[in-house]
Design a protein around this ligand. Structure first.
Ligand code: DHA
Length: 131
């Protein structure tokens, strides 16, 4: 089986010993993306901005793996506080304007670096891994 670890400077680096994403055949498995802003190294304020930033990082990782948000088939959203569900949904929906992927949303006790949100995805590759 074809398996390639994806690494891109266009998204936040992995916060631990894991790949930003793995391409396996025609699928791209993106690790949970924290809302790290590359320009500051920190998180933006609030769940809306953090959701937007997590999705930007997710998009960059998917593109590096030859996929995109448009080819996502499944996401998992980890929320620190389920009271943020509606706010997260509003931003999330902007990023999936066509047929929405399958999704699970889970409230967790704590996220790495005390993020408010983390988003992972599985996508179908539509092109080659970026050079
Ligand atoms: C942020 C992560 N994806 C992790 O720690 O696994």
């Amino acid at each position: 089986m074809d398996r390639t670890n994806i690494k891109t400077d266009a998204a936040a680096p992995a916060a631990g010993p894991y790949a930003q994403a793995v391409r396996a055949g025609d699928l791209v498995f993106a690790s949970g993306q924290l809302p790290i802003d590359l320009s500051t190294g920190g998180f933006p304020e609030g769940v809306e901005a953090q959701t937007r930033r997590s999705l930007a990082n997710l998009s960059a990782v998917l593109e590096a793996g030859g996929a995109s948000l448009a080819s996502v088939v499944k996401t998992t959203v980890f929320l620190k506080d389920m009271n943020d569900f509606s706010a997260m949904n509003a931003v999330y929906a902007e990023h999936f304007p066509g047929a929405a992927p399958a999704r699970s949303t889970i409230e967790v006790a704590r996220l790495p670096k005390d993020a408010l949100v983390e988003i992972e995805a599985v996508a179908i590759a539509t092109g080659p891994v970026a050079a």
